[in-house]
Design a protein around this ligand. Structure first.
Ligand SMILES: [Ca+2]
Length: 431
């Protein structure tokens, strides 16, 4: 699996020039960053068979005298790109900078002890000892930069990151601990000193959930399980949280973190509020129970506001069961596929000229190899019947979203050689 969630046909997930552990660190996924970095540093790292395979004998060639030469992980010794990515991964897990701010331990597993000294921008050095889930000492030079440090390993920030990652449909606690076989045991969660107690108390609001049905906002985000949605409120707006109508009746609302929430209906949906004194400074959790399953609503949510949904659609050809309508039905499970794979086109008639400036394409790309892409070309029909290109691009993996200069058109064509198109959606600027 790639970090973007697409299946990947290439065996090694990391190593050499691949920066996946660095990307995991920047996505605030400490477990995944640690797992991938562990693979990079492992002696049994093997190339093009598996990342770490304990049944493969150790490399037969002699090891270099200096470990930083990284022996032959991929292509040659010293393996500069494997070494640079591995070191960069560890550093990005320990320290990240954005503008004047320095994020301390932004993607470091809470059960890994560490002592480090690193350089940060503006001639700053940061020395830190982190043990048993706590920052034991922190030395920032010059001292004036101490105020710019944000400790992402504090209980408050760990929980808020965990919640934000879950509301984005990702998993912060990927395979606890970062063992190379990726297996987790229930007692591993209890061992976590920082997030463990919070999870023991409020785990039901995250474990086994998916993100949705409400889009995340500045206030926080939502996850759901069956008929129940959990709002995780990280920052309260003055007038409460406005949630759009979702076609389900709200049966009950309870604040897991204490207090009595109110849910007032208005013409757009519902406004959920909680008295200020009951709001939790770390994360206020509100459990909303509806009269029906939330999964169909959450699955359709990415396509809300799509101009192509349900519009008249034709194609160069189609396989049985893969009719053109299936590319504009707001359902990622269904797809249009040309009768023969190769170049085909899909044509959508919006019914009247409409302005759009964002495209999202989700296509089938079986057996793709990382780094290879499928090209696409979007054209609009001109008054004289000719076609004019409005955007040309490529999909790496399965999902692609692009913004371009606003275009007004009624009939739009997507040319692609993809094996299937699950969704073809166009959006206005305000959506
Ligand atoms: Ca579809």
């Amino acid at each position: 699996m790639s970090l973007d969630g697409t299946p990947d046909g290439q065996a090694p997930e990391t190593g050499g020039w691949q920066a996946t552990p660095v990307q995991a660190a920047y996505l605030a996924l400490p477990r995944e960053a640690a797992r991938l970095a562990s693979i990079n540093f492992h002696d049994r790292f093997t190339y093009f068979t598996d990342n770490v395979n304990m049944t493969v004998p150790p490399l037969s060639h002699p090891k270099p005298r200096f470990p930083a030469f990284w022996e032959t992980k991929m292509d040659y010794t010293p393996d500069g790109d494997h070494g640079a990515n591995s070191a960069n991964a560890l550093q990005s897990m320990l320290l990240q900078s954005d503008g004047g701010r320095i994020y301390l331990l932004p993607a470091w597993p809470e059960d890994w002890d560490v002592s480090f000294k690193l350089h940060a921008p503006a001639q700053t050095t940061v020395e830190c000892v982190y043990r048993r889930g706590k920052v034991e000492s922190l030395n920032v030079t010059p001292r004036s930069r101490r105020k710019d440090i944000i400790n992402m390993a504090s209980a408050e920030n760990r929980v808020r990151t965990l919640v934000s990652v879950a509301c984005a449909d990702r998993n912060y606690l990927f395979d606890i601990p970062p063992m190379l076989d990726g297996r987790a045991a229930p007692e591993d969660v209890q061992r976590l000193k920082t997030t463990g107690p919070w999870l023991a108390k409020y785990g039901e609001s995250l474990c086994g959930t998916r993100s949705g049905p409400f889009a995340p906002g500045k206030w926080g985000g939502s996850v759901f399980k069956g008929n129940v949605a959990y709002l995780h409120v990280l920052q309260w707006p003055n007038n409460g949280i406005e949630l759009p109508a979702i076609g389900r009746k709200l049966l009950a609302s309870v604040a897991l973190t204490g207090g009595k929430p109110t849910a007032a209906r208005n013409e757009k949906g519902i406004i959920v509020n909680l008295p200020e004194g009951s709001r939790d400074p770390v994360d206020t959790i509100i459990r909303l129970e509806f009269d029906g399953p939330l999964e169909p609503i959450a699955l359709a949510a990415p396509y809300l506001g799509s101009l192509t949904t349900g519009k008249k659609v034709t194609a160069s050809s189609a396989k049985a069961g893969f009719e053109p309508e299936r590319a504009v039905d707001a359902d990622a499970q269904t797809a249009w596929a040309a009768a023969q794979s190769g170049q085909g086109w899909l044509e959508v008639d919006l019914g009247q000229p409409m302005t759009f400036e964002r495209v999202e394409i989700r296509l089938d790309n079986p057996g793709h190899v990382r780094g290879q892409n499928i090209g696409f070309d979007i054209q609009t029909k001109q008054p004289d019947g000719s076609w004019k290109r409005c955007y040309q691009g490529a999909v790496y993996g399965n999902i692609c979203g692009k913004r371009f200069e606003p275009v007004t058109a009624q009939v739009i064509r997507l040319n692609t050689s993809a094996a299937g198109v699950r969704q073809f959606d166009l959006f206005r600027s305000d959506q």
